[in-house]
Design a protein around this ligand. Structure first.
Ligand code: LFR
Length: 483
């Protein structure tokens, strides 16, 4: 058949969606059939995901998808977090949220024990306190870990509930810190260091591998019959990078949602001392690629400010219009200051940062928003430039995908700060990347360049040319470096 229909489950940190799309030569038409909120829950034990609620919404979404007659189902989500299964295959407790603060001390202890350079040589990963290896070190000796027989990352956990099959999809596994990134296999040494129970990490899967047919109960609940789950690039960022409508290899990307993931696509990891010192990560991508990137705190700063103010997301366009008229470069923050990571009063933390660095906190919400967006644009500039310099990979154009592509002020500021054209969209690059891996596995699309050509035709990105005074951005960058 010339084309096929696929269902993508895409779970982000604040919302999830199920998208159905027909993919084939000249065809790519993703349609959202179900969307739901993803709200964490605070328990006495810490901050957790409502993973049962998510699974219920996945089933609802798949039953809405069933009417479209998909050939297969793929699941992607945010990275690093996991569920633990006991000897009977039952979930032990509620999975922790990566913004839970229990890991800080344990993370530092693991780095001290292994050595930052040695750890980076093995796993190629940037230091983020919530990397799976650090979460497991923080939970070492708990009854949950002692009783665990299998660890499943979130998309693999949902896939297990749908099919009964266990495994670890490799793009997401590469964010755990437990993978030997060059060898593309679990590192026995690293597992030993954090004293993981033997056999906890299941066999690796590649994007495109079949996970399995649906079990009887999810088949009944969704009405999907004879439709397998297929492993996609199950780390959402890996799917997003595949879904970039790039037409040249000389592109940089900004996957811009709750986080901004800024980097380049490479053939192999770069594990130099300079890359480590700049906190660049080598996560794995579709088709054996390496995503050489850095995490930037992203629109979380905006989302959490709106939540603190009690302002609905619907009010954002109005605030952004005001921010556009606010005074430029009145204040700049380092968005990656660790104090911004946990949930809580974001405007207060921003004001605190500004006072500590001798700056005046903004007087209005719009001014605060302007400060955040300019600071993100500066962080985008620094990360894209560093990615190019550290990897030797030339960047002529930057693709900005994800929800941030709707934020035209951020897109324009990013182009201005970088002095490069920014091509914005698609907003749903992640769900598209998920569909594309399934279509490739079914033989309906060729390699990633053919796939990206389809995306470019179906979703012409919006182009932002650099404008304005480049020197003002240089001066602001110096200010933040000095702060
Ligand atoms: C983006 C993302 C990032 C990862 C962070 C935490 O949604 O997957 O790539 O570092 O969430 O899992």
């Amino acid at each position: 058949r010339p084309d096929g229909i696929f269902a993508a489950v895409d779970l982000g940190a604040s919302s999830g969606r199920v998208v159905v799309g027909r993919v084939g030569p000249g065809t790519l038409d993703p349609t959202e059939v179900h969307r739901f909120a993803n709200e964490p829950v605070r328990l006495p034990s810490g901050l957790h995901w409502d993973v049962l609620g998510l699974y219920r919404e996945v089933l609802r979404g798949l039953s809405a998808a069933a009417a479209h007659g998909p050939e297969s189902v793929g699941i992607d989500s945010w990275a690093v977090d996991y569920g633990l299964l006991d000897a009977d295959g039952a979930l032990i407790g509620a999975p922790f949220h990566y913004r839970d603060t229990r890991t800080d001390t344990a993370a530092r202890a693991v780095v001290a024990q292994i050595g930052a350079t040695e750890l980076y040589a093995a796993n190629g990963l940037q230091y983020l306190p919530f990397n799976t290896i650090f979460q497991l070190a923080a939970s070492r000796g708990t009854s949950a870990v002692r009783g665990a027989r299998t660890l499943l990352l979130i998309p693999d956990l949902l896939g297990y509930w749908l099919t009964g099959e266990r495994g670890a999809e490799i793009t997401n596994a590469s964010t755990t810190g437990l993978l030997d990134v060059a060898g593309r296999r679990w590192s026995a040494e690293l597992a030993e260091t954090v004293r993981l129970p033997r056999g906890l990490l299941p066999d690796l899967r590649e994007p495109g591998d079949t996970v399995g047919p649906l079990l009887a109960e999810p088949r009944r609940a969704t009405g999907l019959d004879g439709v397998p789950v297929v492993a996609v690039a199950s780390h959402d960022t890996a799917s997003a990078v595949l879904g970039v409508p790039a037409e040249t290899a000389h592109f940089g990307y900004l996957s811009c949602g709750t986080w901004s993931l800024a980097g380049v696509e490479l053939d192999a990891p770069v594990r130099t001392e300079a890359a480590r010192a700049a906190n660049f990560t080598n996560e794995l991508g579709a088709e054996g690629t390496t995503r050489f990137l850095r995490n930037i705190m992203g629109l979380w700063l905006v989302q959490e400010s709106l939540r603190t103010w009690g302002v609905e997301a619907g009010a954002l366009p109005g605030l952004l219009a005001e921010a556009e008229r606010a005074e430029p470069f009145a204040a700049v923050i380092d968005p990656d200051d660790p104090r911004f990571l946990p949930p809580g009063d974001m405007p207060a933390r921003i004001a605190e940062f500004l006072r500590e660095t001798g700056q005046r906190p903004p007087a209005t919400r719009a001014a605060l928003l302007r400060c955040v967006l300019e600071s993100l644009a500066l962080a985008h500039r620094s990360a894209i430039r560093s990615a190019a310099r550290l990897s030797g990979h030339r960047v002529d154009v930057v693709h900005l995908v994800g929800g941030g592509a709707r934020n035209t002020l951020l897109c324009q500021m990013t182009a201005d700060a970088l002095g490069l054209p920014v091509l914005a969209g698609p907003v749903e690059a992640t769900a598209i990347g998920n569909l594309l891996v399934q279509a490739r596995a079914a033989g309906q699309v060729g390699d990633r360049w053919a796939a990206r050509g389809l995306v470019a035709d179906a979703h012409r990105p919006r182009r932002f040319e650099p404008a304005g005074d480049a020197r003002a951005w240089d001066a602001a960058a110096r200010r933040i470096a000095a702060g």
